[in-house]
Ligand binder design. Structure first.
Ligand code: IPE
Ligand code: IPE
Ligand code: MG
Length: 219
């Protein structure tokens, strides 16, 4: 029986989908193919998330710093995001996934922003999973904007997963991860699958979160 049937989890899991380029290089493929495979991994993880007890999944797809990559790679990524929206929105609606985006929109191509807004509108009633995709996102910028608006940046993260062996936050959800459990997977993102997600959640459930209080046994 999936653990989600035993526990009424509604976790906010965040994922830094890292390692697409290394995945491609290891296969002698252009980086673009790594990003394409990364999108397939995202599809799989979105399908697996509700049964894993996840109600909100925030994924890092493109950071504000990623504009510093070669123009060709940036163009490939933006094209892939558009293709994802084109091919996936209907499935998201059918699966009860509500899609939304965090990050700046003013530097993205107008046609992509239009597709993003269309996908947000069409999936608005999804109540199985909230899928939040970070595009042109910087946590520092989000914090400054939130302070200006007088509202907190976003919901607390329970578990943050980063793939590809890197152990850093790279300006992702700095505020929201104040008490997040951190989980670093060695696999590159295109290889990350439902079994790996289950392993990350098992590790999460084996930890004791204390939020500054005393351990349970000491109370
Ligand atoms: C993550 O994979 C995708 C983005 C940052 C857009 P990378 O492209 O960073 O892959 P590596 O880290 O070079 O392997
Ligand atoms: C973070 O990965 C951003 C995304 C996965 C979209 P990077 O590959 O850009 O981060 P650094 O450069 O290794 O810190
Ligand atoms: Mg990387």
């Amino acid at each position: 029986m999936p653990s989600s049937l035993l526990r009424k989890d509604s976790l906010h899991v965040a994922a830094i989908m890292d390692g697409n380029g290394r995945w491609a290089r290891a296969r002698g493929l252009p980086r673009r193919e790594g990003h394409r495979a990364g999108i397939e991994a995202l599809r799989r993880i979105v399908k697996a998330a509700p049964d894993a007890g996840i109600s909100t999944l925030t994924v890092h797809a493109f950071s504000a710093a990623n504009w510093n990559r070669p123009a060709e790679e940036v163009a490939d990524l933006l094209k892939l995001f558009e293709q994802y929206l084109d091919s996936e929105t209907e499935t998201l609606v059918a699966d009860g996934v509500r899609l939304s985006f965090i990050g700046r929109r003013d530097r993205l191509p107008a046609n992509l922003v239009a597709e993003m807004e269309r996908a947000e509108a069409v999936t608005e009633w999804g109540d199985v999973l909230s899928l939040r995709v970070a595009l042109d996102y910087s946590a520092r910028e989000a914090i400054i904007a939130a302070v200006k608006n007088g509202v907190p940046p976003g919901p607390d993260v329970d578990l943050l997963i980063r793939t590809s062996g890197e152990q850093r936050l790279s300006d992702f959800l700095l505020w929201e991860c104040a008490y997040a459990e951190l989980y670093f997977a060695a696999k590159n993102w295109p290889d990350f699958d439902a079994g790996d997600l289950a392993a990350a959640l098992a590790a999460f459930h084996a930890r004791e979160r204390r939020f500054g209080a005393l351990p349970q046994a000491a109370e």
